[in-house]
Design a protein around this ligand. Structure first.
Ligand SMILES: Nc1ncnc2c1ncn2[C@@H]1O[C@H](COP(=O)(O)OP(=O)(O)OP(=O)(O)O)[C@@H](O)[C@H]1O
Length: 307
């Protein structure tokens, strides 16, 4: 069942068209990735869903009902962990969570219970009394996510939660989000890191210039790539004759200290490795690039995901 649905959503800021006829449908229980470069419109989309911005045109529904920023019961079903940390630095982790809980009308036992739950999710129970200003970037990020969970939303919007976070904290964030998904929460995750979309998301929407270019699972998206292989080798690992001979397999271009071979139709890896063996070349010198969402973005737009 579609939990959140956008149809032809558009939003303009002065001269910038942030969203242009954006349509997507997010199933309940999915981990939905919004993958796109800076400025693609990811935050604008999340701000509209959470009622901080209003679209110029288009419709947005949650559980089949039009999203209305004045509908409090509906608002409670949506949690936003914004890209910029939205916490009070001088206050402790616990006081921050209390504040967010109260904003959503929680009190008494329910509030205490949710604070405990959110601290556990953020893995910050031990540090509940420390001021946020003493926290590392990763700890702040985890608390920023936990604050969005205080009112037990059905859908969590996570806007680039790993920007400026060390690898260990990044893994802690991934584990937390995967655990929330296992508990049945629907997660919308925006990122410009294709590795994150590939690792976490069961559905991925590729977004660029305010529009969705493609949606699908990782496998279905990658099937769109032309069936060429990219083989790379350090130029100095091949003598000039062999560098020239590479061209029998496809187009060869220099990429820094590497030669990059883009194989032609009918190419067979077995034939290629037979040739390397005949020439006495070490097969370990050749890297075969696996197709990735980065390649797909380049294929669709002619641009790199991170420029
Ligand atoms: N309040 C605003 N006023 C003017 N322009 C804005 C505003 N908010 C966003 N924009 C512009 O709208 C476009 C989409 O921005 P948005 O923040 O939604 O992108 P994003 O995909 O989240 O990227 P980023 O990771 O850089 O935030 C960008 O060109 C941005 O500069």
């Amino acid at each position: 069942m579609s939990l959140l649905k956008a149809e032809s959503l558009s939003k303009r800021f002065a001269s910038t068209q942030a969203l242009q006829d954006l349509s997507l449908s997010i199933e309940a229980g999915s981990f939905y990735g919004l993958l796109g470069p800076n400025g693609a419109g990811k935050s604008t989309f999340m701000s509209i869903v959470s009622g901080f911005l209003t679209q110029d045109s288009g419709t947005l529904t949650l559980e089949g009902k039009s999203i209305d920023p004045n509908n409090i019961a509906q608002k409670k079903k949506i949690g936003l962990s914004p890209q910029h940390i939205a916490l009070y630095k001088e206050l402790s982790a616990e006081s921050n969570l209390k504040l967010f809980g109260r904003l959503y009308g929680l009190s008494g036992k329910e509030l205490s219970h949710q604070i405990q739950y959110a601290l556990e999710v953020a893995q910050l129970t031990e540090r509940r009394h420390s001021a946020v200003k003493e926290f590392s970037g990763g700890m702040k990020r985890r608390l920023n996510i936990a604050a969005a969970l205080m009112h037990k939303p059905k859908i969590l919007l996570c806007d680039e939660p790993t920007v400026g976070v060390d690898p260990q904290s990044r893994n802690a964030i991934f584990e937390t989000l995967l655990q929330l998904k296992a508990e049945g929460m629907t997660i919308v995750y925006s990122t410009h890191y294709m590795e994150e979309a590939e690792r976490l998301c069961d559905q991925i929407a590729i977004i660029d210039a305010g529009n969705i270019l493609r949606t699908g699972t990782l496998d279905t998206l990658l099937q769109e790539l032309p069936r060429t292989n990219i083989i790379r080798a350090r130029a100095h690992s091949l003598d000039l004759a062999n560098q020239a001979a590479l061209q029998q397999f496809g187009e060869v271009v220099q990429d820094g200290s590497f030669l990059q071979l883009k194989t032609q139709a009918g190419f067979k890896l077995s034939q290629f490795f037979r040739w390397t063996e005949e020439q006495g070349l070490d097969a370990a010198n050749f890297q075969i690039a696996r197709p990735s969402l980065e390649n797909l973005f380049l294929h669709l737009t002619g641009r790199e995901l991170r420029e």
